[in-house]
Every structure is written in structure tokens, then in C-alpha cells.
Design a protein. Sequence first.
Length: 292
Amino acid sequence: MRDLTEMFLRFGNCVRVVARGMLLGCLALQAHAAARRPNVVFILADDLGYMDIGANNPQTFYETPNINRLAAQGLRFTDGYAACPVCSPTRASIMTGKYPARLHLTNFIGGGKAGKLKPAPFVGHLVLEEVTIAEALKEAGYATGFFGKWHLGGGESQPEHQGFDVNMGGNGSGFPPSYFSPYKNSMLPDGPDGEYLTDRLTDEAIKFIESHKDKPFLVYLSHYAVHNPQQAKAVECHFFAGLKNEEAAAVMGIPFGTYRRKLALGLAWLRTKSGLLGGVPDDASGADHETP
């Protein structure tokens, strides 16, 4: 009986030692995390196709060297999925860590209209009672800046009411009236005429990083691009219009004649939609080339 008692006592001592060790380890990790507080830069693109970047598709028509370099040097999550196939629910999920159904945001804001099927109960904004990543990090001493597309409600539901110290460009709209200044965006002062929105948002994010380099920060850079309207800088249009040669067709893995016809159709569509391709050559019909 005495041996059994001593065994339980030794077992109890071991449990207490292990428990103390685990507690000290947790406290040490917590202290280390609190001391470290890494900066967070989150970049979100709107309507960008999975196969449109070189890291996912070496034969893509588009050139994405910086994204490719980030993918090569960092950690890639190739089997991660958006919480919803449309805009606002996915953004709300990223912001709160909840499924869209729990937020009653299961469609893009402005798209919850009744049709042949009755829609689910729908809230037209991200309610203030939800805790956002910005609010959580701000409570931990972070400076928080939002730049770009919000589309989770306007007025009292904008980024500055959801934990962000700075809001440049975030409102209730799902797309910009123009990618060129004047932007007609009450949350983004106009730049010089012709300034490009994607460049401006990036520059504002960089300024925020430089001005908060001495404390932990969250930069939430949520580009409106590549969502409509289809508007690009003239230099980019001319560059890609000039890629109508055998080398470009070979990169895409299609016959040259097919490539030229696709390019002609694309340029014609862009001229119709944006009116921003004046001076781009029209000799991309491919009529004088056989398609094998």
C-alpha cells in the first residue's frame, strides 16, 4: 500500500513539473510574440485570375515579375480557397475570420436582389459589432492603414469605423468611376490629372510604411485592379500591343495566326469599352497568316 502511495505521489510531482514547464513555455512564447510584433502587409487584388500570373502559369500573356519573385522567395499556399466566389463576402471573411453565412453577407453588396429564388437573409454592410483584424491589431499597439477597395458598406461602415487609423480610397463602391485622376472618390483626394489609381494607392501605402517604421503596422493594400472599368496607362497598352510576334505566340503556346486574331479582338474590345487606346496600331488582324 505504501509503495502504491509513493507511486501516486511521484506521479503527481511529475505532473506538476510538466505543468509548470508548459506554463513557463507558454509565457515565454507569449512574451516573445509580444516583443516581436511583426509588421503585416496584406495585398489583395480584385478579379485577378489564378492563371494570370507567371508563378502559376509560365505561359501567361501578362508579365508579373514582382509577384513571381515574392512567390519564389516566400511561402505559397496553392490550395487555399476564397470563402465565396464574389466580392463582399470574401472581403468580410478576410476581415473577420468568419464564414460569410455567419455575417449574413452571402452576396456582393448591391447584389442581394430577389430573383426566381428567394435570397438568404442579407445585411448590406459589415456590422460594427464584428471584430476586424484591424481592431485586433490596433488593440495590440499596431498602426493600421487601409488603401483601396472596401465594398463592405459606406458611411458609418467604412474602414475608419472598423479599426483603421487611415483610410485612403475605401468606400461603399465596388469599382472606381475612373482609374485616372480625377477619381471622383470622396475618400481619396485627386492627384494630378491623369495620375493612375493603382500607382497612387501603392504610393500611399509606401508612405504609410515609411512614416510608421518605428512601430508595428498593418498595411491593408486592397487594389481596385483588375476589376472594371477596363482602363490602362497608354504606355502599357502600347507595350502589350507590340507583343504581336512569333516569340509572344510561342510563349503562349498557340499558333501565330491565332495569337494575332486574339490580339485584334482584344484591342477592338478595349477601344470600345475604354476609349483609351488611341494611336495603338490596327495591324493585328492576322488575315495574311495561315493558322496551322
